[in-house]
Design a protein around this ligand. Structure first.
Ligand SMILES: O=C1O[C@H](COP(=O)(O)O)[C@@H](O)[C@H](O)[C@H]1O
Length: 266
């Protein structure tokens, strides 16, 4: 467990949040490119892709540091629903519509890793998770000695129940120690069958950012940051495992009444 505290940033609007998320992501990109000439990232579905697109597709100042170099990006899904890739519940479809299809050609095209569409048809969620883990292993050149993939950045949402990825409160998956990608077959939020990165993978990332906006998140934010009972919520477990590598990008309504002491300055 990390001893440091997560950073909690709050902005007056989603537009301002997106403006600040952009340099955060690009700093992470630039550091990753300097380290290994590639940017390995995992993204969530839900409300995240819209904010992400706003952050990344707004023209910057034109310098290389302020430009997404998408041709060097490898994009995985932090979680995915076990549905066809063009299904309305698909996180891949959502990311395509919000971001991928809108990237200007001159910024290059990322390599994107959707789930295996054929395995979805077989209705075998465990196989789907295993195949996705193999994709992750290939990109991280994993040998038996490699314990965990270290993503450069993982972008997360937080549901009103405190779930993140497809890690739900009270589920056994929260105790998974070995698998990198796991099957969830009883999600309380539809659709029930999903795959998800596991907690050890999420908390091993170099940087981890949550985006949580709107008054609908206020109660769960209080539970995560201000209450003892909230300490076992999946999003709180990410805070505990990631410490100051975790940053929360919120708007004012989402943190109304939250008294967590160390709100960072970006
Ligand atoms: O089901 C899911 O929900 C979470 C949270 O979504 P949000 O709309 O409340 O931001 C999301 O992060 C996850 O990827 C998705 O599958």
């Amino acid at each position: 467990m990390a001893t440091s505290q997560p950073n909690l940033y709050s902005f007056s609007s989603t537009a301002t949040l997106a403006e600040q998320l952009r340099p955060y992501i690009l700093r992470s990109q630039n550091a990753a490119l300097a380290r290994h000439d590639t940017f390995r990232i995992a993204v969530s579905g839900g409300s995240l892709p819209t904010v992400l697109a706003r952050a990344l597709l707004t023209p910057g100042n034109g310098t290389p540091e302020d430009t997404p170099q998408f041709s060097k990006w490898h994009i995985f899904f932090a979680d995915e629903r076990a549905v066809a890739l063009d299904h309305e519940d698909s996180n891949y479809r959502l990311l395509q519509e919000e971001l991928l299809h809108k990237i200007p050609a001159e910024l290059g095209a990322p390599v994107v890793y959707p789930i295996d569409a054929e395995a979805v048809k077989k209705d075998d969620t465990q196989q789907l998770a295993d195949l996705y883990q193999e994709d992750v292993m290939r990109v991280f050149a994993a040998k038996d000695s490699v314990k965990l993939p270290v993503f450069d950045l993982i972008l997360l949402g937080c549901g009103p129940d405190g779930h993140t990825c497809s890690l739900f409160p009270g589920h056994d998956l929260l105790r998974e120690k070995d698998a990198w990608v796991a099957a969830e077959t009883n999600s309380p939020k539809p659709p029930p069958k999903r795959i998800t990165l596991t907690l050890p993978v999420v908390t091993s990332a170099i940087q981890i950012a949550f985006v949580a906006t709107g008054a609908g998140k206020k109660d769960i934010m209080k539970a995560i940051f201000d209450s003892e009972e909230g300490r076992s919520l999946p999003s709180a477990l990410v805070n505990q495992g990631g410490g100051d590598r975790v940053s929360w990008f919120t708007d004012h309504p989402a943190v109304d009444g939250v008294s967590f002491p160390s709100r960072g300055n970006l």
